[in-house]
Design a protein around this ligand. Structure first.
Ligand code: UTP
Length: 478
């Protein structure tokens, strides 16, 4: 027997042309029926209808508006001609905010990590060169280092998804929250969206299960609000959110310079940019369009724009987005609320979605058979007042683990970490010989507890007498 509320829900799916979701209903046992009803009740049918009509069935759904595009301005690093005094002043202002406890760290860790092909939440991937510390451990140690430096109780928020929430929480518990204190680490789940087929019909993953997936890192704005995270922040006097991804152990989050420039400009969302290494590098492009800042994905940028150069031969669209942002809490509250005029758009991603055939037998497609809907956090930029973009350098901020091999793999990430540690040591006068890529002939590690920046390393190194020998396998810790 169906309950009245299950009846109503099934009716609403039928009326919306999505009755196929319940086509195996009669074959399900009671608990499977309950589970399907619970899943279905989370779906906003009018949203799916709108997205299917525009992004799946609509004409020209791949068209991204490229009119009036121009490169976005950014604040260059001192080494690229920026004003050192301006950077120093920004850092001082950011440090003040950190000391005053105005800033929270925030990691988006709800993704599926399919390219890496690792079994478990990506944050539990062992990434450091010698200790094989996990991504979560490296970030936790950076949070701890910042707490000590600024004498503030900086909390850490992590967004997970249904796919990895329990495993993520369990991992932190097993590791005693890496010494951060359980009550200072906050987990919350992001939203899910159903996948639809090429006719806009919601896909079943199994007879009694809808194919659902996380709603993209842009879902973090909704999830921060809906989970009560922004309320917690407000109560703790936090008005600045330091946003970063789970896959990049080099990331300088809680960066005083970015925070300082953000505050100075009265910005609602600020970002770091990286000069692209080559014209087709797979990063989003910071642009302006009719007075607003936008990020255009590499896949949407035509060659004639990516390849354009200035008179001096430099790429015109040089500013790559590496997903390091600072967001105003109140801005997130506005964007993540129910105001349809301040909502992130969804993007379409064509995927192979495992499903069932007409007989309910499992079916694994060879080619994309479905569409997933995702939001991207950088789409909040056009809504933000006074967005600021500052330059950073690859060596000190960006070495993501995306793929199992090749580009952006554990190996390139490990090399980048060792290169950064070596650069710090050599800045302090350690005199380690390196090749043309800045790589020494051996592998060693500096933990964030020892130093989390070049300046911190130099200070620490100078205080040591005698100095440790840096050689193969050495770990400079605590
Ligand atoms: P990616 O774009 O690398 O996606 O996410 P992914 O799902 O982790 O990996 P692939 O594409 O399946 O290989 C960039 C960041 O955004 C987070 C990820 O956890 C990562 O930190 N993310 C992505 C979410 O938190 N939720 C999502 O729905 C998608």
């Amino acid at each position: 027997m169906k309950s009245a509320s299950a009846d109503t829900l099934i009716d609403s799916f039928q009326q919306a042309g999505q009755g196929q979701v319940f086509r195996f209903w009669d074959q399900l046992d009671d608990s499977a029926k309950d589970a399907l009803i619970e899943q279905a009740s989370l779906i906003d049918l009018s949203e799916i209808d709108r997205l299917s009509n525009t992004l799946v069935l609509g004409q020209g759904h791949h068209g991204v508006d490229l009119t009036d595009l121009a490169p976005a301005p950014f604040i260059p690093l001192p080494k690229s001609g920026g004003d050192p005094a301006q950077w120093q002043a920004a850092s001082a202002k950011g440090e003040e905010a950190l000391k005053a406890g105005r800033v929270a760290a925030f990691t988006v860790a709800g993704g599926q990590g399919t390219r890496l092909g690792y079994d478990g939440p990506k944050g539990t991937y062992p990434v450091s060169p010698i200790r094989k510390a996990t991504l979560f451990q490296v970030f936790a140690e950076k949070v701890l280092a910042a707490r000590i430096r600024y004498g503030a109780s900086i909390p850490w928020f992590l967004m997970t998804s249904n796919l990895n929430h329990e495993a993520t929480e369990a991992f932190f518990k097993e590791n005693d929250f890496f010494g951060l204190g359980a009550d200072t680490v906050h987990f919350f789940k992001q939203g899910l969206m159903p996948a639809v087929d090429l006719e806009g019909k919601i896909i079943l993953a199994d007879k009694g299960e809808i194919a659902m997936s996380p709603d993209g890192h842009g879902g973090s704005l909704r999830a921060l609000v809906r989970s009560g995270a922004t309320t917690k922040m407000k109560e703790a006097g936090i008005d600045i959110i330091s946003y970063f991804q789970v896959d990049n152990p080099l990331v300088k989050f809680l960066d005083p310079a970015l925070i300082g420039f953000h505050i100075d400009a009265g910005s609602e969302m600020s970002s770091k940019m990286l000069p692209k290494a080559y014209s087709k590098e797979k990063v989003g492009h910071f642009c302006t369009q009719r007075g607003r800042t936008v990020v255009v994905e590499y896949s949407d940028m035509p060659d004639e724009l990516t390849d354009q150069t200035n008179d001096n031969g430099e790429l015109r669209y040089i500013a790559g987005s590496i997903a390091i942002h600072v967001l105003d809490r109140a801005f997130v509250e506005g964007m993540g609320g129910d105001n349809p005029d301040a909502a992130l758009p969804f993007h379409r991603a064509d995927k192979k979605v495992a499903t069932v055939d007409a007989n309910g037998e499992p079916f694994k497609p060879e080619t994309p058979n479905g569409v997933k809907f995702e939001m991207f956090v950088f789409d909040a930029l056009p809504f933000a007042k006074n967005p600021v973009i500052i330059e950073t350098s690859r060596e000190s901020d960006f070495a993501p683990v995306k793929n199992a091999e090749g580009l952006d793999s554990p190996q390139t990430c490990c090399e980048a970490q060792v290169a950064e540690f070596t650069a710090w040591a050599n800045a302090a006068g350690a005199g380690i010989p390196v090749d043309e890529k800045g790589q020494p002939s051996f592998v060693f590690e500096i933990t964030p507890k020892f130093a989390d920046s070049e300046a911190a390393f130099i200070e620490r190194w100078n205080s040591l007498d005698p100095k440790p020998e840096i050689k193969e396998g050495v770990i400079l810790d605590a």
